[in-house]
Design a binder for this molecule. Structure first.
Ligand code: ADP
Ligand code: MG
Length: 257
């Protein structure tokens, strides 16, 4: 059996403040295999973003170990770590984080600029990524000329353009209405079905139902892990909505874990 794509052991993160120490993570261990689609759910302040920042090599744990595709990434120097981050991890954020003064295509090209890919190849790969999220005709639009859902699809294309091992999405539907959220979830599900490994953070159990398994966090700890029993199919829900059913309303909350 192939080794896990992600193997994190006993991750702890403390923030020493003037008067107290904040324990953002109190020991999280996690294994992800290629093709996984995991939701991390939990209330605000439970440590979800902290965990994503550690998995994405945006931050270092106070304690713990992290192997990505078998490589001990906490042993790397900052430059090597930045390189692994740029080449192997794709990020999608709640607030899209697109550059306002760059077109959709230029935004998607950016990770390839950092990776030193030649201009013509950059263009080709960015165009393919934009087409893959159904926005081939929006290449020269500024982010401000796109809807929230379209901006998030551009951000997904940007996350994919380096062909990353791991896609990390922190509340990717947090700023979107329920129909647009479903469209973004449909894209993430399609990516996962094509073999992409995805970690999605959400505080919304109805969003988590579109993944394959759910890890519940409370107060810096993983308190539960479940396989999603009846995975929702965002594309089917969207198709139902087009035929006049109330499918989109069914994105309404399901019982909390
Ligand atoms: P979530 O994403 O689940 O809402 P976070 O991971 O952002 O939670 O935060 C977990 C805890 O760590 C919270 O109590 C938060 O206030 C604290 N925290 C996060 N970042 C910092 C920081 N840079 N300094 C101090 N405390 C922090
Ligand atoms: Mg957060």
């Amino acid at each position: 059996m192939a080794p896990p794509l992600v193997r994190a052991l006993g991750l702890r993160k403390e923030h020493r403040m003037a008067l107290t120490t904040v324990h953002a993570l109190r020991g999280i261990s996690l294994e992800l295999y290629r093709g996984d689609f995991v939701a991390i759910v939990g209330p605000s302040g439970s440590g979800k973003s902290t965990l994503m920042n550690l998995l994405g090599l945006l931050d270092r744990p106070t304690e713990g170990r992290y192997f990505l595709a078998g490589q001990d990434v906490l042993e790397l120097n900052p430059d090597q770590r930045a390189q692994v981050r740029n080449q192997r991890i794709g990020f999608v954020f709640q607030s899209f984080n697109l550059l306002a003064r760059s077109t959709a295509l230029e935004n998607i090209e950016l990770p390839l600029v950092y990776a030193g890919v030649a201009r013509r190849e950059r263009r080709r790969r960015a165009e393919a990524a934009l087409a893959s999220v159904g926005l081939g005709d929006r290449r020269d639009h500024w982010p401000g000329q796109l809807s929230g859902g379209e901006q998030q699809r551009v951000a997904i294309a940007r996350a994919l353009v380096n062909d990353p091992l791991l896609v990390l999405a922190d509340e990717p539907t947090g700023a979107l209405d329920s129909r647009t959220s479903l469209e973004v979830l449909a894209h993430l599900q399609a990516l996962n079905e094509a073999g992409r490994t995805i970690v999605l953070v959400t505080h919304d159990p109805a969003v988590a139902c579109h993944t394959r398994r759910v890890m519940v966090m409370r107060d810096g700890r993983a308190v539960r892990e479940d396989v999603v029993p009846e995975r929702r199919d965002a594309r089917a829900l969207l198709a139902g909505a087009e035929h006049g059913s109330d499918a989109v309303r069914r994105l309404a909350p399901v019982p909390a874990a």
